[in-house]
Each structure stands twice: as C-alpha cells, then as structure tokens.
Design a protein around this ligand. Structure first.
Ligand code: NAD
Length: 308
C-alpha cells in the first residue's frame, strides 16, 4: 500500500470527541484533507472552522475518504460504525484501510479485522496515549498493531498526531493490548498519587514541596508529574478523561488478565475505585473526581496551597 501523503490523501475521521477534535485539527495542520462524522452535529461544527469538512453520514464519508480513522468510545461503538446498518463496511471500496485509534478490546479488534478482510477491507488498531493535552500538542504516543506494510502506509498520519510511534506487533490487536497495559499503569498512578498526597498533608508537608521532591526522585509517576501540577493542586477536575472510559479500560485489562491467567491484585483494586467513581459521579464525570472519594475516606479535604 502507498503511504498516505499530505496534500493528497483525504482522511475520514469518525468520532469528534475530546480526542477527535484536536486530532482532526492536527491532521489538517499536517496538510491532510479531513472529512469528519459524529452523531453529534455540534461536534462537527466545532472543527468546521479549522477546515475539517462535515460528512452527511458514514456513506458520504466512506465515498470521500482514502483512509478512515475511528476515535470512538469502545469496541461496541466501533463495531456499530463499521458493521452496523449503513456502516463503513457497506460503503468502503475493497483495498481501503480503517485505523481504529479508539481504546478497543483486543479480541474484538481481531474479529473485526477478520470480518472486514472477507470484504477486502483492511483494519489495524492504533490507540494513543497522552490525553487531550498530548492530542492538542501532537505529542501523543501512538501504538499501531498490524502488518508492517499497513503501519508504514499510515506512518505520515501518525507523525501528524504524535511523537513516539511504536509499532507494537504484526497482530492487529497488539496495539489495543498495549493500551490496556498502559492505562492500568495510568489509573494506578492516579490513585496512588492521590493517596500519597493525603498522607503528605496529614504529615503537615507542603504539597508543592512534596511534588518537587517526588518528581525529582523515585516516587515520580504520571499522577505526580502531570495530574497534580496541572489539575489537582488547584482542585481543577478537568483532566479530560472520563471516569466511564477509564473504567472501561481497566475492565478490559482485568478481562485480559483473566484470559491469560495473570494474577494482578492491584489492577482489581484500582478498577473497583473507578467503579465506585462511576456509580457516584456518572460515566462522563472527569476521573479527577476520585479525589473527593479518597478525601472522604481519609477524613480530610485537600486545600490548594496559596499562589506564590
Ligand atoms: P468522547 O466521548 O469525548 O468522544 C467520543 C465521540 O464519539 C463523541 O463525540 C461521540 O459523539 C462520538 N460517537 C459516539 N457514538 C458514535 C457513533 N455511533 N457514530 C459516530 N460518532 C459517535 O471520548 P474521548 O475522550 O475522545 O475518547 C475516545 C477514545 O479514545 C476512547 O476509546 C478513549 O478510551 C480513548 N482515549 C481517550 C483519551 C482521553 O484522554 N480522553 C486518551 C487516550 C485514549
């Protein structure tokens, strides 16, 4: 397959949500033509000013696109968009490629790719990490899984979206497996950094100094390095990642552990924390609201330090 090229390739982008907005904009900035579809018409309006053209429906998008990216909530929605009535599979020409950049369930990605292969349509999984800020800055970690020829063809698209691009494996589901491992760590970092900060406050330590030490020492993680300085230190619950989507990722990781016989105690504790957050705050609440639960258990509230 010929590499997709700026100035020439039209990218069809399905799912203009928190991640899809900055990712579709960056493809435009990289000189790809972009045609987008989302069930929310207002999402398409949000990016129209950046030159992202709205598609009427999936059939329209499939007819105009040389390659399609999906950035949707989960495997169920991806399958509906691809195989459902009026979906991409009914309208994409044989030989076309779908790149699923959502955090999807690996086994379902494999089956979806096999189903599409019977129609001559290719699919690879290529999830991302780095959050909304990484998407905005085009510094995402991109983890494609699939045959090298297809991953190489998609490389110019990945370079417009991210910085570290690691071809995880030849299997189309390997990127999605990688993403489950990554988000297990990300969620664990979030919880452990919240608990550690509760202890630090109990000990009368200054939160800013705690972060200064930890982030230059061995206690550093993405919670202390990123979530606390940027959001939690000032009680801003706006990390851009929902309780429901992280709970989905942890549930996938837990299922994979069960399937493979891996024993991961911590994973299931962390998943239950997110399950509690989900039941108390709802699917769309930002994951940072977990701090309120940890505070209620610790019997104290985290007070933002005064601005210097
Ligand atoms: P989101 O909920 O903000 O966006 C999903 C979009 O899909 C929404 O705009 C929604 O309207 C659209 N959609 C839903 N059903 C649809 C359908 N049938 N047809 C067309 N559009 C449909 O989610 P997000 O935070 O952008 O995450 C998207 C994916 O990326 C998820 O799989 C998530 O786990 C993953 N992810 C998110 C982050 C993050 O920080 N937010 C980071 C890395 C990966």
């Amino acid at each position: 397959m010929e590499p997709f090229a700026p100035g020439r390739t039209v990218v069809g982008f399905v799912g203009i949500g928190k991640m899809g907005v900055p990712m579709s904009r960056n493809l435009r900035r990289g000189d790809f033509a972009v045609v987008a579809y989302d069930v929310r018409a207002e999402a398409l309006e949000a990016v129209r000013g950046d030159g992202v053209q709205p598609a009427r429906d999936l059939a329209d998008l499939a007819a105009r696109a040389g390659v399609v990216i999906t950035m949707l909530p989960d495997s169920g929605v991806v399958e509906k968009v691809v195989l459902g009535p009026g979906g991409l599979a009914d309208h994409l020409a044989p030989g076309k490629l779908i790149i699923d950049m959502s955090s999807s369930y690996p086994a379902r990605t494999k089956v979806l790719a096999e189903t599409l292969a019977r129609k001559g349509i290719h699919l690879i999984g290529s999830p991302v990490s780095g959050g909304v800020s990484g998407a905005e800055a085009a510094t995402l970690a991109v983890m494609p899984g699939g045959p090298k020829e297809l991953v190489d063809a998609a490389m110019p698209l990945f370079k417009a979206l991210g910085k570290a691009i690691v071809h995880v494996g030849e299997a189309v589901e390997s990127g999605h497996a990688m993403k489950c491992v990554n988000n297990y760590l990300s969620a664990t970092n979030m919880i452990s950094s919240m608990e550690a900060m509760m202890l630090a406050v109990r000990l009368g330590l200054d939160p800013r100094k705690v972060l200064d030490v930890v982030n230059n020492g061995s206690g550093c993680n993405t919670g202390t390095r990123d979530k606390w300085p940027r959001f939690l230190l000032r009680r801003s619950f706006t990390t851009g990642f929902s309780m429901g989507l992280m709970h989905k990722d942890l549930s996938m990781a837990s299922d994979l552990a069960k399937d493979t016989g891996a024993v991961l105690f911590l994973l299931n504790h962390v998943r239950q924390m997110y399950a509690l957050g989900l039941s108390q705050y709802g699917f769309d609440a930002d994951q940072a609201y977990l701090l309120e639960i940890i505070e209620s258990w610790a019997g104290q509230r985290f007070e933002p330090p005064k601005e210097k």
